[in-house]
Design a protein around this ligand. Structure first.
Ligand SMILES: N[C@@H](CCC(=O)N[C@@H](CS)C(=O)NCC(=O)O)C(=O)O
Length: 82
């Protein structure tokens, strides 16, 4: 499963969502609005509150967690691109 921690109006998140749509990928959106208590989970998982943040649990033996939109896009294209 792909989970994208994001905010609607974040341009870096939009860039990632666009590539996910292009690659026809299903994902769970975790909305991290400013002030949301859910941000604590993001900080616990990745160490900071920055979005976008991708979690890929497709391989249970190797869960991938990534910040940085360009790194996320490169990963998605490499992993799921044709
Ligand atoms: N270089 C990062 C920049 C990401 C970034 O600046 N995200 C902003 C939202 S647009 C953020 O998370 N700011 C911290 C916050 O909202 O608390 C990337 O390309 O992903």
């Amino acid at each position: 499963m792909l989970e994208l921690y994001q905010m609607e109006h974040c341009p870096f998140c939009a860039k990632v969502r666009q590539v996910m749509e292009e690659l026809d990928l299903d994902f769970v959106s975790r909305n991290m609005s400013k002030g949301s208590q859910k941000r604590e989970l993001l900080r616990r998982l990745g160490g900071k509150e920055q979005v976008p943040f991708l979690v890929d649990t497709s391989d249970q033996n190797h869960v991938v967690m990534l910040y940085e939109s360009n790194d996320i896009i490169n990963y998605l294209r490499k992993q799921y691109g044709t």
